[in-house]
Design a protein around this ligand. Structure first.
Ligand SMILES: [Mn+2]
Length: 311
């Protein structure tokens, strides 16, 4: 598959790289890392990365603006995105040839070529694997690409702590860190926090509801978020803040975005929660998923089901 993907990249003069909405460091890292890899080895190709700019990640890369008609004559590569609804930029549909590169469980088969590796820690790790094809062709890995891919791996493994961290993850982390960039500076930027977010974290820790089943529940209403001056998106950064709590098995953050949209962030230390997530308009990994409910009553139903999974 990697060979086929490399052959397609070789063939097309114009390439647009996309990723999922509400991007995280892996979405950005794989997207921008791949762009850098292609640009360095094929300087005459036009390569764009498209999607909404996420301010907190702009230290990694800036998105490109692309006119509609460019899509119809470009190869589109979509990184880190399990299903079509989550692709950031609908215009991918206008492309004649689409490639999917992803590490989430395959819930939606799309793309003319699809490379899904659930064992990979991150899509950034998969781009490292894809780099081997570039290397065979004489390409080099630049410091910039190394930094981007490293950021993606660090982000999705929680700094090499999550169970998705494998021998291969460390192999590539080792290769990347050989390059000339400051991992310390990168960590500082990735985990920099604002006073308002820190204060919200204090609130979350004080108000966590730990149930007898080992389920932790956090409610972040729109009002609360406004009170602390934190957006629903930004609150994602504190989802693991009590993961070391004794007795906790799984936890859920309900983040109210709008009247009828309550975003659900699910995390687990063992019991699988991705099936539950998919029953509530979401999906993801066995130990880290996202979902959505439309009322606080529905939220209670989800909590009961999570209780059952954990008891
Ligand atoms: Mn990812």
């Amino acid at each position: 598959m990697k060979e086929l993907i490399f052959e397609s990249i070789k063939k097309w003069d114009s390439i647009i790289i996309l990723r999922h909405v509400r991007p995280d460091p892996d979405a950005y890292g794989s997207q921008a890392g791949l762009k850098e890899l292609i640009k360095e080895h094929f300087p005459h190709k036009s390569v764009f990365m498209v999607g909404e700019q996420e301010e907190s990640l702009s230290f990694l890369a800036e998105m490109d603006q692309v006119e509609d008609e460019v899509f119809s004559k470009s190869l589109v590569i979509i990184c880190d995105t399990a299903n079509r609804e989550r692709i950031d930029d609908e215009r991918y549909k206008n492309s004649e040839f689409i490639i999917k590169i992803d590490h989430h469980p395959e819930v939606d088969v799309y793309g003319n070529l699809s490379w899904v590796d659930e064992k990979a820690s991150s899509t950034s790790e998969m781009i490292c694997e894809l780099y081997k094809e570039f290397e065979k062709d004489g390409a080099i890995l630049t410091n910039k690409a190394a930094k981007l891919l490293y950021a993606g791996i660090v982000g999705d493994t929680g700094r090499f702590r999550f169970s998705n961290t494998s021998e291969r993850t460390f192999y590539w982390a080792g290769k990347l860190i050989e390059k000339d960039f400051s991992s310390l500076e990168l960590y500082d930027k990735m985990y920099e926090t604002s006073l308002s977010l820190l204060r919200l974290e204090g609130y979350v820790l004080s108000n966590l509801d730990l149930r007898p089943s080992g389920v932790g529940v956090v409610y972040l209403t729109k009002e609360k978020l406004e009170e602390f001056g934190v957006t629903a998106n930004e609150s994602a950064a504190i989802v693991n803040s009590f993961s070391s709590l004794k007795g906790i098995k799984a936890w859920v953050f309900f983040v109210e975005e709008d009247e009828k949209i309550i975003r659900v962030r699910l995390r687990s230390k063992g019991p699988e929660i991705h099936h539950l997530a998919s029953r509530f308009n979401g999906g993801g990994h066995p130990l880290a998923s996202g979902a959505q409910v439309s009322s606080w009553d529905e939220a209670e139903v989800l909590i009961e089901e999570l209780d059952n999974i954990c008891s």
